[in-house]
Ligand binder design. Sequence first.
Ligand code: ATP
Ligand code: MG
Length: 881
Amino acid sequence: MTSREIREAFLAFFEDKGHQIVPSAPVVVKNDPTLMFTNAGMNQFKDIFLGDARATYPRVADTQRCLRVSGKHNDLEEVGIDTYHHTLFEMLGNWSFGDYFKKEAIAWGWELLTEVYKLDKDRLYVTVFEGDDVDGLPKDEEAYGFWKGLIAEERILLGNKKDNFWEMGDTGPCGPCSEIHVDCRPDAERNAVDGSMLVNADHPQVIEIWNLVFMQFNRQKDGSLKPLPAKHVDTGMGFERLVRVIQGKASNYDTDVFQPIIGFIAEKAGVRYGHDEQTDIAMRVMADHIRAISFAIADGQLPSNNKAGYVIRRILRRAVRYAYTFLQLKEPFLHKLVPLLAEQFKGVFNELIAQQDFVQKVVLEEEQSFLRTLVTGVQRFEAYAAEHQTIAGEFAFELYDTFGFPIDLTELLAKEKTLNVDMVGFQQALETQKSRSRAATAVDTDDWVVLQGTETVDFVGYDGLESETEIIKYRKVSAKGKNAYQLVLAVTPFYAEGGGQVGDTGVLISKHHGEQVAIIDTKRENGLIVHYTQTLPKEIGGTFVAKVDAAKRRDTEGNHSATHLLHAALRQVLGDHVSQKGSLVNADHLRFDFAHFAKVSDEELAQIERIVNAKVRENIPLEEAREVPFQQAIDAGVTALFGEKYGDQVRVITFDDGFSKELCGGTHVHATGQIGFFKITSESAVAAGVRRVEAITGKKAEQFIQEQVGIVNNIRELLNNPKDFVSALNRLLEENTSLKKEVERTMAGKALQLKGQLVDKAMDVNGIKAIFAQVELPTADAVKTLAYALKGSIENLFLVLAAEINGKPGLTVVISDNLVKQRGWDAGAIVRELAKEIQGGGGGQPFYATAGGKDAGGLEKALVKAKEYVQSHTKLTENVE
Ligand code: ATP
Ligand code: MG
């Protein structure tokens, strides 16, 4: 069977058993503070398990792209080294939401593996939860009993909490599980050591392929378990492992999932796969990582310097570094794998092929910039290694932190030079940084205190800004020593941050005694609408009126609707490739990021503004359709955004059918006229292939224009209100340039004239040509020019110039080079001495120095003092000689 057939057989099997086949959720998670990336098939159903949402179908199945590179499930360091853990992998899963339970889950799992895929029963083992005293849980007798009817008892093994109690994270849904393991070893080995000894023992040929989880509990913050409102089945089977078992290979990388890519890498790098452990690992790392990187980018997570973006950047760098060090691929290479991957996933996850150029461009740019860093880092290392006996932990950490060098790369470089790395020091530096950032972001979240149980929360904020409501649950959160609260309301008009639009703010007013609590933000957590407050109302159980800050909401709506018009106008002017890559809408402005490879010209921007403002003036009414079947919306020409998870029913926002039609959960103006006026304020680049337009609307746009016109009017007035203001300004600038030139010419002439006069004034003091003069020049530059001119034309010169420039006295001392040498005179020291007369100070070089001061009355005295200096010092030297 090919991998494609294997995947199709899985979905067909469960469809046949009454399961709805649903699409994979994006790999990048939004609206869940406990999770960055999808790490299991169940993530997208978390709300259902927790009882926060109702299931649309009681049974579903899918293939979910998962990423295990952070948090509780992090396999990154294993990937490539071993042959069965990946960063991105497909998890095949089937679910029951309060429908069938252990019996069917176990029977169907067995049927699929042994009858459809025809796996050898002799090679299969299953595990069952043995129970746990700390959690007060008994052995899973039920599951044991069902397995006993299907498989020989010696193949049923008991497992502890670590292996047989599945948890999504530190808190959240969990339950006992039953795993299915396959022993892929050759018969000789199987006869020598019994497979049951190697289950869950990290043996590369005895691997877990499927985990059947029986969701029954919600892990609380204090570690206790709370039963879930209903019992569910959640299974996950590693697709790549399954393919390897069915195709009878010794490694996931030997299957048709990875071989095309590995083959391509091997050919380009000029090596053979399977001949050398080091180059094999490098090829596996690349073949694996490009999948994680590509899908993360396709799902909207660009590599960046923090959070999820940084995780992706690090994965990319890990791949580049292996390619660079072990395959000698010193030029960007990874991006070349994107088209292969896109083709491979066609019809499975179309996100990639649809954005192939974009993804490739982002990867290429990242590769280029990291290779540059890598080269600089290696140079830094070489320089350091030349001067040190060992590599200090701090230096290794600097390489890690600033240059993205994983520690094993530093170790490798060090080994080549037979140097040691201080690993303890490195770990310490790493720990310090980690605990620092942990302290900075640590948020302590208490469990929900539930006042009343309801499944779904009603959002009524599309139709009104006020509603009567009750608190259904609340919890305390603390960060940086400050307490705050989060509330869930039975009914709420508050829009929760999402789709780029900020969350509403407003107040919660107690109906009984009028107490008001400010709601400072509203956010979505999975399906819940969570209201943020600084305090709790005194009487939590009563009835409240929830009231949204209307002015802020109206301004935000203007910006949101304008964003839709902008998006449509961008596509009209720049082309259909413009796809949204991010947006932010608040009461003050809007920001829209989109895929486009060139700068948007001023003329294009002007055209976009004209289109949007024309639509504003047409005062097009909002067409809002709340419950449209997803496919129907797509057929009607709506473009779905990549990286967004849509339900079966979607909301479609249309302004002028044929112009702007978007899937959107945000709030909007009733008619475009409310936007008032649209003005773009900037256009810039955010990342490779992503441009950003920022704009304002309504009052803000009006204010902006008034300010700009105000500035222009001021300038116009300063210019005496000319008819053609730009030419007048141009004339003024030209005039200014020519005046400047003229002044320079005059100055040069004057300095020349002065020079002549001063040469004549030079007196002989014991064989030295001395000049002491007060000059009238307008700038310090002119004085300097004059001083240098004199120095150039008189030998044996001792020159002191005094000048008053813009009311400030200044002194310049110049001494011929030969005098500096012969007599050891120092213009700097002399000018400092003279400057005392003008209450100032200064300095410079032995042959040229200047000083400034406060008292212009002392200039004459300074000149006299200078003369005395020359006289006394020349006499002295004569005597000595
Ligand atoms: P393992 O112990 O092998 O790491 P796990 O206990 O972490 O597996 P689960 O969380 O139960 O695995 O995930 C369900 C299934 O997903 C596993 O049975 C396995 O087939 C697959 N799987 C888990 N992690 C990975 C990974 N990093 N790469 C590929 N497949 C994986
Ligand atoms: Mg694991």
